[in-house]
Ligand binder design. Structure first.
Ligand code: UD1
Ligand code: CA
Length: 450
């Protein structure tokens, strides 16, 4: 069954009170529209048609680019009118048309697959996705006959009190038989109260003409949540967070306080990893097995191996190999790399640098643009002076180096394997392997000990 997808997104999103189009505001680290585009990409090969309005068209097209095709609805005359704008691009292209929204981010592709299956099996003119909620506000009510067959949808603005009390609701998502859709869209009349062309009126038409109209009820009503305000955005964020947290808990991750755990959708976690409270895992982050992450930790776009520990630290675009650990109060910046078993303790900062296997940097240090060898020990308060005001310079610290507390390494500088520095040394020249240097500026101790 060939399926074309229309995404309605011509609304102004006025209630967001923002110059940024509503559907480009982010939820869980991604713009709202991306959720719908991702779902669409899983259901149909051809890019969906997004119906855009004049106020937001430029920004939306610029953001989504070739992931979609676009039609402009220059006047906001209702959902029926909006779908009609897509007709020139879609008529004759597919047997069925799925209608989605740019502001309904929690809808699952699995649900739409079921809808599509249902539609194919029943041969209906239209199959709608329905939801039951205690609070029906904002939704079209589904009117059924005594046998339970859908007779039509009545919009809230047009509903009598009796109909307004119905709890069987229209999510606004449908699959139409394409020929039924294109034939009947031009027959829509403006609604009595709002003067809009309601797409929902097609349901009544289909039923009246004796076509099959089918409905599929979604169990998780968060899927039908439409984002109209930033209050809705927060509700959606909480629902999404719950969904993601539950997914990982069922996959074998312990989350001690889901209410204060924020895991974005692209993050992956290994079995028996424990996430402690107030932890934020963002972007393209992958964390291995048996790690302990948090509390009070932010990790963005990092790769972390197995059996690592991250305590009260901030990590971005960094790599931690197996059994390495950081914190409390460490900061890994872009390009930081802790090799297997490396340790970074209190108040350390590492940028564009590698701490070799088993290397230690325990207290108050800044290491930037440096390579630190195996088992090296970076004394408390060590600083790489890597920036001369114009350029960044590298520092090489070979294996088994022992830097005394408060060593300043004025880059570019090379510390040979096994060398040592005295406390408070200011190192301005390379130090040969196996030697000891100290002082300001640091001088290498002569073999006779003077
Ligand atoms: C619509 C449905 C309602 C359903 C509800 C679910 C109609 C007439 N009603 O109502 O039965 O329960 O969604 O949320 O369809 N849009 C356009 N162009 C327009 C009008 C709307 O692109 O001219 C887009 C909006 O950007 C929005 C979506 O369509 O994404 C829904 O429009 P909205 O006006 O919010 O419809 P509802 O009143 O919520
Ligand atoms: Ca709406």
């Amino acid at each position: 069954m060939s399926l074309a997808i229309v995404i309605l997104a011509a609304g102004k999103g006025t209630r967001f009170k923002s110059p940024t189009p509503k559907i480009l505001h982010t939820l869980g680290g991604k713009p709202l529209l991306q959720y719908t585009l991702d779902v669409a990409a899983r259901l149909a090969e051809t890019p969906p048609v997004v119906v855009v309005g004049p106020e937001t068209a430029d920004a939306i097209c610029a953001w989504a680019g070739e992931r979609a095709r676009y039609v402009l609805q220059s006047e906001r005359l209702g959902t029926g009118h909006a779908v009609a704008q897509a007709r020139p691009l879609l008529e004759g292209q597919a047997d069925h048309v799925l209608v989605l929204y740019g502001d309904m981010p929690l809808l699952r592709a699995e649900t739409l697959n079921r809808l599509s299956q249902h539609h194919a099996e029943s041969g209906a003119a239209v199959t709608l996705l329905t939801v039951q909620r205690d609070d029906p506000r904002g939704f079209g009510r589904i009117v059924r006959d005594a046998a339970g067959h859908v007779r039509g949808i009545v919009e809230e603005a047009e509903a009598t009190p009796e109909i307004a009390a119905i709890r069987d609701l229209n999510t606004g998502v449908y699959i139409f038989d394409a020929s039924f859709l294109w034939e009947h869209l031009p027959r829509l009349q403006p609604s009595p109260h709002k003067g809009e062309y309601y797409l929902t009126d097609l349901i009544g038409m289909a039923a009246e003409e004796g076509h099959t109209v089918d409905g599929l009820l979604i169990e998780d009503d968060s899927e039908a949540l439409g984002i109209n305000t930033r209050v809705d955005l927060a509700v959606a964020a909480a629902a999404l967070r719950r969904r993601i947290n539950e997914h990982w808990m069922l996959a074998g991750v312990t989350i001690t306080d889901p209410a204060s755990t924020y895991i974005e959708s692209e993050v992956t976690l290994g079995r028996d990893t424990v996430i402690l409270p107030n932890t934020h895992l963002r972007g393209q982050t992958a964390i291995g097995e048996e790690c302990e992450i948090g509390p009070n930790t932010i990790i963005a776009d990092c790769t972390i191996g197995n059996r690592c520990r991250v305590t009260a630290s901030v990590l971005e675009q960094a790599v931690m190999e197996d059994e390495s650990n950081i914190g409390p109060f460490g900061h890994l910046r872009k390009g930081a790399h802790l090799c297997r078993g490396a340790h970074m303790g209190n108040f350390g900062e590492l940028k564009n640098s590698t701490l070799g296997p088993g290397a230690k940097m325990g207290h108050f240090s800044y290491v930037g643009d440096a390579q630190v060898g195996t088992q090296a020990n970076i004394g408390a308060g060590t600083i790489t002076c890597n920036y001369d005001g114009q350029r960044k310079h590298p520092t090489i610290i070979e294996e088994n180096v022992f830097l005394g507390s408060d060593t300043l390494l004025v880059a570019p500088v090379h510390i040979g394997a096994g060398a040592k520095t005295g406390a408070g040394s200011v190192v301005t020249h390379d130090i040969p392997a196996g030697s000891v240097a100290y002082g300001v500026p640091a001088r290498v101790q002569r073999k006779n000990g003077t």
